[in-house]
Design a protein around this ligand. Structure first.
Ligand SMILES: [Zn+2]
Length: 319
């Protein structure tokens, strides 16, 4: 399968000025309005090569905006991986030891294992524990439409609708390899009130992904009452005033790689709709992977074929 080559159109911002922060945790900065209101957390660089989130946070920090109510915390997550970013081999800096976004269960965080990412997750955990709202900013391997990952809870979908962009909202339960930060603790608990979203803003290195990430972040901060429209508008990009008719994709399953040799039968990029149930999409050590129903949507097909990881998610449009 030929590897698509996406040019790196973005410049990773210098985040050293944010190292000290003001929370006692490196690269975490928090502003308290002094007014009652929620603790709102925006995170970037959960994957070290997904630089659009760092650009969005850098823009927000440079603008010196402060929360209108409650608290606003801005965190650069996997800084160690980000610092290994090399635009000649841009895919290699996703993580150092393991995926930071598969560690978010008490069993793993409290467990005995050590890694660069576990150390960072443990350091950030009190911030995540105390947040009422989370937006975690990501980007994708392939150039497809942006996706808001709302998990499985109605309140997260409602917030995604209130934000109003992007057009596509995806509801999924995550990965067999381990829970994401957006699913951790109260964020994934039907009985809690904490609400988390994860934005996949577009292809990692296209210019537009930074605009999408920034606009979604601003609309999120307006939706939760942290910023006024007047605060946010000067930083807004092309989608800041967009009001697309939003559509929801329900993910029914994640295809987890079980063998040593996984391959797709076509060069899928994501959001393809395969009309016929039973269509062959790939082979896992020769085992055929076929679509389980008509009009099956392929979501974020991976280019990293590692046993235990997600190869692709399957879903369908609902409403
Ligand atoms: Zn990511």
């Amino acid at each position: 399968m030929p590897e698509p080559n996406y040019p790196v159109e973005l410049t990773p911002p210098e985040i050293e000025p944010y190292r000290a922060g003001n929370t006692g945790i490196e690269y975490v900065t928090s502003f308290d309005s002094g007014q009652p209101g929620p603790h709102v957390l925006v995170t970037a660089l959960t994957h070290g090569n997904e630089i659009c989130g760092a650009i969005a946070l850098d823009r927000l920090l440079r603008a010196e905006l402060r929360p209108r109510r409650g608290r606003l915390t801005l965190a650069f997550d996997n800084v160690a991986a980000y610092h290994s970013f090399d635009h000649r081999i841009p895919t290699s800096s996703r993580f150092v030891d393991e995926d930071f976004n598969r560690l978010w269960s008490p069993a793993t965080l409290d467990g005995p294992r050590q890694s660069v990412e576990l150390a960072r997750a443990r350091a950030l955990r009190p911030v995540v524990d105390s947040a009422d709202f989370l937006l975690d900013i990501h980007s994708m391997q392939h150039a497809t439409a942006p996706l808001m990952l709302a998990g499985t809870l109605d309140r997260s979908v409602a917030l995604a609708r209130q934000i109003g962009i992007p057009e596509l909202i995806m509801c999924d339960a995550g990965h067999a390899a381990g829970p994401r930060m957006r699913d951790y603790g109260g964020f994934g608990d039907p009985a809690a009130v904490k609400t988390a979203l994860l934005i996949e803003a577009g292809q990692h290195w296209e210019r537009r992904v930074a605009e999408v990430a920034t606009d979604v972040m601003l609309r999120f901060l307006m939706a939760v009452g942290t910023l006024s429209r007047g605060d946010a508008a000067p930083l807004g990009g092309p989608d800041f005033d967009a009001h697309p008719a939003q559509r929801i994709i329900h993910v029914t399953e994640a295809v987890t790689i079980t063998g040593d040799r996984f391959e797709f039968v076509q060069d899928f990029r994501g959001l393809e709709i395969l009309p016929q149930k039973g269509t062959l999409i790939g082979r896992d050590d020769g085992r055929e992977i076929r679509t389980p129903y008509d009009d099956c949507v392929l979501i974020m097909p991976s280019r990293r074929f590692v046993r235990g990881q997600t190869a692709v998610r399957l879903g369908r449009y609902v409403g």
